[in-house]
Design a protein around this ligand. Structure first.
Ligand code: GLA
Length: 425
């Protein structure tokens, strides 16, 4: 079978799932129309003023919030930069070192913002990060205050964009926070639609401010997925937009965010990505299986891969998960098509992603708390539009594997089978 045939059969079947399921009462509650692949014409273009070619694939790096939260300091950022290099993560593609909330100080009489005492010299910090071949990210809010109560950018958008540029910032996460109460709820208390228009205008305002500088700055929207941000994010210059509330380092949070992504595939593409939040790999009490599944599925979703762990004290197991080149290659695949959830059976979900050149990635996730050998899962290749046997690579064992229709799979609790199937010859 030729490459295109494999691809089109799979696409055909993903769409035909819709038809089958529409006449099947017990699956009728799913938002079936979302299984349709994105019509090319509706995929938003890379925004016209894109000066940011690196966002052609999902951004990769590290962000301070998930591990350090409000405690982050200049030294932590330098350590993170050092460790990205020393651990091999930089070589694997992790380039952005992002300072999240709590770096902000006060504005002077002219409105110029300073960093606070935890960050004595932002320009020197940016120079340090750049000297390692990495890029620096920063954080602000369209409201008067950030989520942690520090100074936001309201009425200072151009001034702040110029400040970031003067420091050498390469990435901005712009977090709604107090804009909601201080502006939206205050100016249009009973008019939700007007509130949403204000929010969109605020994101567009910072987009214009960033574009008015000469520096390419990745623009990351953080407003928790409200008002179908995936529909308008690209129009306000967003390279990525959060699709959910805050992730936590536990299975419930990760799995519920994963499920919220089903149906959003059509909105992502080169230069504009759905962001199911930063990685918790290596944080909390996640098991190795949970870390693997989290990382694999964020790669399947073409999510930004922003590690959020303590890089100085990373275990070899966590490091090898975060630097699995085969899994990273799925995330960074140049076709930029997100995975779709093809089907679920009981506590097992099967996702598939089209890759460039006609290759495919298939992920099987056991979301259950057990998987006894008396209850194997039977993989249906037919439901993926595929015919076995199919040779591929198991991306966690690194070994060749063969998928056959109705094969039995016994996955440990919260573990994943992730297989890349090359294009058929
Ligand atoms: C919000 C965001 C988080 C983080 C914090 C910082 O909760 O969603 O990712 O940036 O603010 O205060």
């Amino acid at each position: 079978m030729r490459h295109s045939a494999v691809l089109s059969v799979a696409v055909l079947t993903l769409s035909s799932l819709t038809a089958v399921a529409q006449s099947t009462p017990n699956t009728a509650k799913k938002p079936l129309q979302r299984y349709a692949p994105p019509p090319a014409a509706q995929t938003p273009p890379i925004h016209p003023n894109d000066k940011n070619p690196s966002s052609g694939t999902p951004p990769m790096g590290w962000n301070s919030w998930n591990f350090f939260a409000q405690r982050v300091t200049d030294q932590d950022i330098r350590n993170a930069a050092d460790q990205l290099v020393a651990s091999g993560m930089k070589d694997a593609g992790y380039i952005y070192v992002n300072i999240d909330d709590t770096w902000e100080g006060e504005r002077d009489a002219n409105g110029v913002l300073s960093s606070n005492s935890k960050f004595p010299d932002m320009k020197a910090l940016a120079d340090y990060v750049h000297s390692k071949g990495l890029k620096l990210g920063i954080y602000s809010s369209p409201g008067p205050k950030t989520c942690a109560g520090f100074e936001g950018s309201l009425d200072h958008e151009v001034q702040d964009a110029e400040l970031y540029t003067s420091w050498g910032v390469d990435y901005l996460k712009y977090d709604l926070c107090s804009f909601r109460e201080s502006v939206m709820a205050t100016h249009a208390p009973d008019d939700k639609a007007a509130q949403m228009r204000m929010m969109i205008a605020a994101y567009e305002k910072m987009n214009k401010a960033l574009k008015s500088t000469d520096r390419p700055i990745v623009y990351s929207l953080c407003q928790y997925g409200w008002d179908a941000v995936w529909e308008w994010g690209p129009n306000v210059g967003a390279n990525l937009w959060r699709t959910t509330g805050d992730i936590q380092p536990n299975w419930q949070s990760i799995y519920s965010i994963l499920n919220e992504q089903a149906g959003l595939a059509r909105y992502a593409g080169p230069g504009h990505w759905n962001d199911p939040d930063m990685l918790e790999v290596g944080n909390g009490r996640l098991t190795l299986a949970e870390n693997r599944t989290h990382f694999s599925m964020w790669a399947m979703l073409a999510a930004p891969l922003l590690a959020g762990n303590d890089l100085l004290n990373m275990t070899p197991e966590v490091r090898s998960i975060l630097t699995n080149r085969d899994v990273i290659a799925i995330d960074q695949d140049r076709l930029g098509r997100e995975a779709m959830r093809a089907y679920s059976e009981g506590e097992v979900d099967v996702w598939a992603r089209h890759l460039s050149g006609g290759a495919l990635a298939v992920a099987v996730v056991n979301a259950g708390s057990d998987r006894y050998s008396t209850h194997p899962f039977y993989l249906s290749l037919a439901k993926l539009g595929l015919h076995g046997p199919l040779k591929g690579k198991d991306l966690w064992t690194g070994k060749e594997t063969t998928l056959t229709d109705h094969m039995t799979l016994e996955l440990a609790s919260h573990d994943i089978l992730l297989v890349r199937i090359p294009a058929a010859k």
